[in-house]
Design a protein around this ligand. Structure first.
Ligand SMILES: *[C@@H]1O[C@H](CO)[C@@H](O)[C@H](O)[C@H]1NC(C)=O
Ligand SMILES: *[C@@H]1O[C@H](CO)[C@@H](O)[C@H](O)[C@H]1NC(C)=O
Ligand SMILES: *[C@@H]1O[C@H](CO)[C@@H](O)[C@H](O)[C@H]1NC(C)=O
Ligand SMILES: *[C@@H]1O[C@H](CO)[C@@H](O)[C@H](O)[C@H]1NC(C)=O
Length: 794
């Protein structure tokens, strides 16, 4: 093993070499690439040191099993010898220099990986799957690296397979012993992806049992669940830790009833794609399987939204990072004007779903880091603010005080180009990742720093709102979280916004005057009803039981809000202030969620009793989202330059916060229409369990929800609209009326949920609106392309 410091010097020296992404990623087989030649294979920071250590892709996600070289399940043929070291998986590795020597493993599953060393004494191996030669792997490298992924195959049908690896007899190539000695191959571990037995998806394909049996569905599956959940009382909340995300969960959105998309920055994540650490993944909500995405540009601190046609856009980000821990060699491109498209993906296995980027034709009109994206009533995306380049606290030089649309529009004299927003100048410095929601009247609420306004995008005018009380700043890096509270027909969908947490620190003070430990977060929540009287009354102030910087707020289908994650002190970001922990700008993680009931009287809205405490700090770059099952998926936390295992290290573990209704008998949506047009009356088939029959449907409504696109405490597009519903005599047919227009619920994906008493069904996806995509103005697109250089493409 090389001394970490020496390694760093080599990495720095090699950074100059113009190693283009193309020579690595295009059409080379894995054996053609020598990872040791790629300095990017170095760079995570282990405990007790600030220096980067070699990147070791060895990783065992939930649903996979690792077999050590010493496992009795691995059979050896020929002469093999053990090497012992704490650097190896399981403390040992097994090697051979005998031509024709082999190891073999039989396994049941869908994929397999072989981990071992590469180095100057290593040679080639032939790899057979099910008796067929599939690859020739060359483990020869200039320097030695451990725990490298030497071979992988993930697309096998779910059944029994064999992997056989044979010493190919390659000999020393250089020096005076050239050609005389055989080189070695070794095995440190084999990781088997167990996958889902085919019977399970089939069982889930029929709608009724799929939802009814959902929880049983995976508890029965012994292969996937190691510890079946203990039976629990019907009124308790539960927190389960299950699954790992493979890439750090900086951004998350639910894309289907089976998957979430997770987007990170470019860094040394254990999940790999092609030859690089991945920075995007699809996470299976039912089996916890992860699938790497082929991201191209650096999505560091991007924003996102679904469009009216169901395609998810992820926009803005960071240039190619050139620091020693995250250099050019990920095959990444400059993401500051990036538009990453993810088309609708409904398949249970998400097999063909991936991100695509076409910077030569599809890009933003201006660079944006830390922008917020809101879907508006015509199904297009309004992209608000951000900083022109990376940094931390925004300032007049970095600020991008504009908004733009995707697809671009020709309005207010800006033909596809950015439209200036004075509000984003007036709210400097702490104004990144604005909190924004589309209001039923088609205008957009925007809060930044201590201020708020309502923007009329059709007229390009704004109405300023009263300042947020008590000097609390609520946007990055003084991050609070905001939600649009449920919209209901009884009060004509009068919108009310809730904003919680943040900080009262002075945003003009330099970082070295602020403290991660001593500067306390705000415990304030503020609420404003956005009607004429509501605005006159101003913000209503409440106190959370615990102060929070960077909280998340998640709407449940019942209309209650769960506030969770965050820190008790400090500020967002890393590497900027005094008293950093590792490099985290924040400390005193808040481990217990709090329930907020917006309909309860003031003073009785917060409930902490019975909410479980998590052992895992979730601070900067952590997320939480409601899932279609009704539980909350909690992931991420990474206040680090790159993947790190120091205090407040990169967190890959997923937790599931399960409200009490998860253990009750629940109503079921048996069938719902795939589309729901405005004001359209449709029938939804439901199955209400005997025990709930005599209980009323919640106010005769069902919930239509957008789970949002979540990043940096911004839950963009999060929405709950109660739709009028009548239950027929048969107790099985609900007649539901779609939202009146796109202001109440902008066209695009939505989730329907039936609620009886306080128990919601699992949610069923539908597409709201007329099914047309967002308007496309070709003139505005051409004008945008002419006005910007495509310099973020490669
Ligand atoms: C990749 O290589 C295969 C086999 O050599 C060839 O058939 C194919 O056309 C190549 N694809 C590209 C994109 O170059
Ligand atoms: C949705 O609209 C966007 C913008 O016009 C387009 O890029 C995308 O391909 C569309 N998606 C679908 C599924 O039609
Ligand atoms: C990335 O692109 C932006 C424009 O989108 C440009 O200003 C910046 O210089 C580029 N950065 C690098 C490192 O290429
Ligand atoms: C603005 O922020 C950038 C990035 O953090 C920094 O480099 C620059 O010095 C700041 N400028 C001013 C005027 O504070």
């Amino acid at each position: 093993m090389m001394h970490p410091h020496l390694l760093f010097l080599i990495v720095s020296a090699l950074v100059q070499i113009p190693l283009s992404a193309h020579c690595l990623s295009d059409n080379t087989s894995q054996a053609d690439v020598n990872p040791a030649a790629i300095p990017a294979w170095n760079g995570h920071t282990p405990p007790g040191t600030a220096s980067p250590a070699p990147f070791t892709p060895y990783f065992v996600p939930e649903g996979a099993t690792s077999y050590d070289s010493s496992s009795p399940f691995v059979y050896y043929k020929g002469a093999w010898a053990d090497t012992y070291s704490s650097h190896f998986v399981g403390g040992s590795s097994r090697k051979t220099t005998q031509r024709g020597a082999a190891f073999l493993i039989s396994f049941t599953g869908t994929g397999i990986e072989w981990f071992g060393c590469i180095g100057p004494r290593h040679g080639e191996a032939l790899v057979y799957v099910d008796g067929r030669l599939v690859n020739r792997v060359d483990a020869h490298a200039q320097h030695k690296y451990i725990q490298q992924r030497l071979f992988w195959k993930y697309d096998l049908p779910h059944r029994k397979h064999t992997l056989k690896v044979v010493h190919a007899g390659s000999r020393r190539r250089k020096g005076k012993h050239a050609g005389k000695f055989y080189l070695e191959i070794d095995i440190d571990a084999v990781v088997v992806y167990k996958g889902v037995p085919p019977s399970l998806p089939q069982q889930r394909a029929s709608p009724a049992p799929r939802y009814q049996d959902h929880d049983h569905g995976y508890d029965q599956d012994q292969e996937l669940v190691r510890q079946p959940a203990a039976p629990s009382s019907l009124e308790t909340w539960e927190l389960r830790q299950k699954g790992t995300t493979g890439v750090a969960a900086m951004q998350i959105a639910i894309i289907s009833s089976s998957h979430a998309i997770i987007i990170d920055k470019v860094e040394h994540n254990p999940l790999t794609v092609e030859h690089y650490p991945a920075w995007g993944a699809l996470f299976n909500l039912n089996t916890y399987a992860i699938k790497a995405l082929h991201m191209k540009s650096n999505s560091f601190c991007a924003g996102g939204s679904f469009l009216g046609n169901g395609t998810l856009i992820n926009v803005g980000g960071n240039p190619v990072v050139e620091s020693h821990t995250a250099p050019l060699y990920f095959g990444q491109t400059n993401g500051t004007q990036g538009v990453r498209l993810f088309p609708p993906c409904e398949a249970d296995d998400a097999a063909d779903c991936d991100v695509s980027e076409h910077p030569e034709r599809v890009r933003l009109a201006s660079p944006r880091w830390y922008n917020t994206v809101v879907r508006i009533q015509d199904g297009s995306a309004m992209i608000i603010g951000g900083s022109r380049r990376g940094g931390w606290m925004n300032n007049v030089t970095t600020n991008n005080p504009t908004l733009e649309y995707y697809p671009p529009k020709n309005i207010h004299g800006a033909n596809g180009t950015p439209i200036r927003l004075q509000f984003l100048v007036d709210t400097l410095n702490s104004n990144l990742f604005p909190i924004a929601f589309l209001l039923p009247d088609g205008r957009v609420f925007i809060a930044a720093n201590r201020d708020a306004m309502i923007y009329d995008w059709k007229k390009n005018t704004d109405e300023r709102l009263p300042r947020i009380p008590n000097g609390v700043r609520v946007t990055y890096p003084m991050t609070g979280t905001g939600l649009l509270l449920p919209l209901a027909p009884e009060n004509d969908y009068a919108p009310e916004v809730l904003i919680c947490g943040g900080s009262t620190l002075d945003d003009t003070r330099p970082g070295y005057e602020l403290s991660a430990k001593k500067d306390l977060a705000s415990d304030q929540c503020v609420r404003i009803l956005l009607t004429e009287e509501g605005i006159k009354r101003g913000w209503q102030v409440e106190k959370m039981p615990e102060a929070r910087m960077m909280p998340d707020a998640v709407l449940l289908p019942t209309g209650a809000v769960v506030i969770l994650n965050g820190a008790g002190s400090g500020i967002s970001g890393y590497g900027n202030v005094r008293d950093q922990v590792g490099v985290s700008n924040a400390d005193n993680p808040v481990h217990t969620p709090v329930l907020y009931d917006p309909t309860a009287p003031v003073g009785k809205r917060f409930l902490t009793q019975g909410l479980p405490e998590s052992p895992i700090p979730r601070m900067y770059h952590s997320v939480a989202t409601l899932t279609p099952n009704g539980d909350i998926m909690i992931a991420g936390s990474n206040p680090n330059f790159d993947r790190s295992e120091v205090a407040y290290g990169t967190e890959y573990r997923v937790e599931w916060l399960r409200p009490p209704y998860m253990n009750k008998q629940r109503p079921v949506i048996v069938a719902a229409p795939g589309t729901l047009d405005f004001a359209q009356r449709v029938e939804v088939q439901v199955n209400i369990p005997e025990s709930l029959r005599n209980r009323k449907l919640k106010g005769e409504y069902i919930s239509l929800m957008d789970f949002g696109f979540v990043t940096h405490a911004v839950h963009a597009n999060s929405r709950l609209v109660y739709l009028p519903a009548e239950l027929a005599e048969d107790g099985q047919t609900l007649t539901v009326t779609g939202p009146p227009h796109g202001g109440v619920y902008p066209p695009g994906p939505g989730w329907l949920c039936v609620i009886t008493g306080d128990v919601p069904s699992t949610a069923m996806k539908t597409m709201v609106g007329d099914g047309q995509g967002p308007p496309v103005d070709h003139g505005a697109i051409e004008s945008l392309l002419k006005s910007t250089k495509g310099d973020q493409g490669d």
